[in-house]
Design a protein around this ligand. Structure first.
Ligand code: PMT
Length: 397
């Protein structure tokens, strides 16, 4: 329930993506928001107000002269209790009107008279998106403090392919949730590692571990929500990239180290969440190892992998480094000894049976001031607490 208590006015303009706005209402309600829908006349040609009324549980406003509002000023009243006005889909025509301060229907008048933030999710044909007039209007809107969500690139209802698709409803909800988070890392660059590594034994086998990537991806998302520019170096996991995060996919520890070294130069924070294999096979076989061709089962000789986090922490001008430690016992002692040996200011400890794979975790932070246990919680919630701690450390290291 990430939007519990939030009042959202959802504006719907005329475009085929209006059908996705119905799902958007459902998802917003699912996150605890109250949703009031206002539609342009053109939008009602794509989806009827009845659909939105049934989903939102509230009468829909389409007309500036709607007498249901006691003072007949729906364009003023609707935004006064709103935490945000979200317009999805936002057509090229609507964006042009708003950029120029026009107010010739309920929704544009509502936008002009609002006293809450405005977020728009553009949806239009790729040529309309590429048109310099649209680009100018978008620049004006951004300059006026409007948040522009997307658009995405891909197949369009008209049969063409390119930029201009509205973000999916889930992505818009994630952006809205991010919008409400405090911008504790605004202007900062954060580099993370997440997931397991895979160390090849032969072309089809390897050494890996049970990290799902969930903890690292949650921190990437939380850092992005907090306004940071985020690069996530990810081992092989089955997770979607968090919105707005640059993801670099790698497989082995050596590839992870290369990617980190390529991106570490300008970052302010490095968070190593990955469960990196400590060892890799010294001589991976280029061909599949066949059973029964040797007298004895083959022995796998291992060599040690570089310690990516320790290498970053030892740079002449290192970013703020945060490590993780997953232990099966003696969490305090082992985590603190890793923190000291890697010479990092903060390490996050978790017991193995809590950390790996699940959606929740139980964490303890270890820093120069001692240990700080956090109550068990979903990984995203814990990630936001870690981000808050990082923001404090950046202020007073
Ligand atoms: O992915 P999930 O399923 O959500 O699970 C999350 C997690 C349990 C994997 C995560 O919370 C976690 O604890 N990650 C660290 C696992 C661990 O115990 O790492 P380590 O003790 O091997 O390494 C300590 C630190 O050094 C870690 O920050 C690690 O990323 C880093 N390291 C380790 C070895 C190495 N060669 N390079 C490194 O950078």
């Amino acid at each position: 329930m990430e939007l519990q208590g939030k009042n959202i006015v959802l504006g719907v303009t005329g475009g085929i993506a209006a059908y996705k706005a119905a799902e958007l209402v459902r998802l917003l309600l699912g996150q605890g928001a109250a949703v009031q829908v206002a539609m342009t006349e053109a939008a009602t040609h794509f989806v009827t107000p009845v659909t939105f009324q049934a989903l939102s549980g509230k009468p829909v406003f389409t007309d500036q002269w709607d007498s249901r509002v006691a003072n007949n000023m729906a364009h003023i009243d609707l935004s006064r209790t709103a935490d945000a006005l979200l317009v999805a889909p936002a057509s090229a025509d609507f964006l042009a009107k708003v950029a120029h301060g026009l107010a010739d229907d309920l929704l544009t008048a509502l936008v002009l008279a609002r006293n809450c933030p405005l977020l728009v999710a553009p949806a239009m044909n790729r040529q309309m998106w590429d048109n310099p007039a649209t680009a100018r209007n978008l620049a004006t809107l951004r300059g006026d403090g409007v948040s522009v969500l997307g658009p995405a690139s891909g197949g369009q209802a008209c049969g063409e392919t390119g930029l201009g698709r509205m973000l999916e409803a889930e992505e818009i909800v994630a952006e809205l949730i991010a919008f409400f988070q405090p911008k504790l890392l605004a202007g900062k660059r954060v580099l993370l590692t997440a997931g397991p590594t895979f160390e090849a034994v032969d072309p089809v086998r390897g050494i890996t571990n049970l990290s799902s990537g969930k903890m690292g991806y949650a921190i990437a998302r939380a850092a992005r929500e907090a306004g940071a520019d985020v690069t996530l170096v990810s081992g092989p996991v089955d997770l979607a990239s968090p919105p707005g995060v640059e993801r670099i996919r790698v497989s082995s520890a050596l590839q992870m180290r290369d990617a980190v070294q390529q991106h570490v130069a300008h970052c302010d924070v490095f968070v190593a969440v990955a469960a990196v294999a400590d060892y890799r096979p010294a001589n991976p076989s280029p061909q599949k190892i066949k059973k029964g061709q040797q007298a004895k089962p083959p022995a796998i000789e291992l060599v040690q992998n570089p310690d990516i986090l320790a290498e970053v922490a030892a740079l002449p001008n290192p970013p703020l480094c945060v490590g993780f430690a997953a232990e099966s016992e003696n969490l305090h002692e082992y985590a603190e000894s890793k923190r000291r040996s890697k010479k990092i200011p903060l390490i996050v400890g978790n017991l193995i049976h809590h950390g790996f794979g699940g959606d929740d975790n139980t964490l303890t932070l270890f820093d120069d001031k001692g240990r700080h246990p956090l109550p068990p919680a979903p990984k995203l919630e814990l990630a936001r607490q870690i981000v808050a701690r990082i923001a404090i450390l950046l202020e007073k290291p």
